[in-house]
Design a protein around this ligand. Structure first.
Ligand code: PGA
Length: 264
């Protein structure tokens, strides 16, 4: 294990090859993730960002909005591609990821809406929509920095265990554990859609840099598996991130509680 101390934080390169930034809690995770995204945008104002939804990045987006207001970081030239969208939910459905992004980020920034992209969950021909989305990412020159959460089952995007690493943007059926985890965002558990359109594993892996975020004790078992299990396997989709050359995991103490600081 290589251990360096940077700006008061402990950075480790775990044996898995994933760079780990250990932070104390969710607030610090949010600030640290935002700091890195802001640095990327300031360095390359025309950055292509891959964005995630879910509970984890909410604080990060809050920090981006605060920085935009207070320090004026501009997103006028930035292009974004979200990881996924539920099948069947229109952009104006409050449970859609379109609505989430609008509420938590886009409406607060100066990013032109035409430069923000999510898959269309109501596309009449979802397979065509998947190919269109993949093509748009390619035409934008690929993703510079992809923000990722991780599911309790190791999914990234909505690529559930068993998804081939070669997959491109596709329609997927959600795992029961995923539907359960996402129930908190719906009034009625039955409302949680059964399918989604998600960037594929190969799509995600083509990103030049990846920022993986994990917070809370619920994520501790999957983070332990990610950092300490030897095998790269579709059974743990996130394990493929070990083969990517630029992945930074920002994780809080609770998420790292089963790993400790001894990542060897
Ligand atoms: P969460 O979701 O941020 O709501 O925990 C992460 C994920 O499922 O990828």
């Amino acid at each position: 294990m290589i251990l360096t101390v940077e700006e008061g934080e402990i950075d480790m390169i775990s044996k898995s090859g994933i760079r780990v930034v250990a932070v104390s809690d969710y607030e610090e995770l949010s600030r640290e993730a935002a700091r890195r995204i802001i640095a990327a945008v300031r360095q390359h104002p025309a950055s292509v960002l891959g964005l995630a939804t879910g509970s984890t990045p909410e604080g990060t987006y809050r920090e981006l909005v605060r920085d935009h207001r207070e320090k004026g970081t501009s997103y006028q030239q930035v292009t974004t591609f979200n990881l996924d969208e539920y099948v069947g939910l229109a952009a104006n459905d409050p449970h859609s990821y379109h609505a989430y992004m609008e509420q938590h980020l886009f409406r607060h920034l100066d990013i032109p809406r035409g430069q923000t992209h999510l898959p269309d969950g109501t596309a009449e021909e979802p397979e065509v929509e998947c190919r269109r989305y993949e093509e748009m990412i390619r035409e934008a020159g690929g993703i510079d920095l992809q923000v990722l959460g991780i599911g309790v089952n190791g999914h990234i995007g909505f690529n559930e265990p068993g998804t081939p690493f070669s997959s491109e943007t596709q329609v997927v059926q959600l795992a029961e554990s995923t539907r359960q985890a996402n129930q908190i965002h719906f009034e009625d558990p039955e409302q949680v859609p059964t399918h989604a359109i998600t960037m594929g594993m190969a799509t995600i892996l083509r990103s030049r840099g990846i920022l993986l975020l994990a917070s809370g004790a619920k994520k501790a078992p999957v983070i332990q598996r990610l950092l300490t299990e030897a095998e790269i396997t579709p059974d743990l989709p996130a394990s493929i991130l070990r083969s990517h050359e630029d992945v930074t995991l920002i994780a809080d103490q609770e998420a790292l509680s089963l790993v400790g600081t001894d990542l060897d």
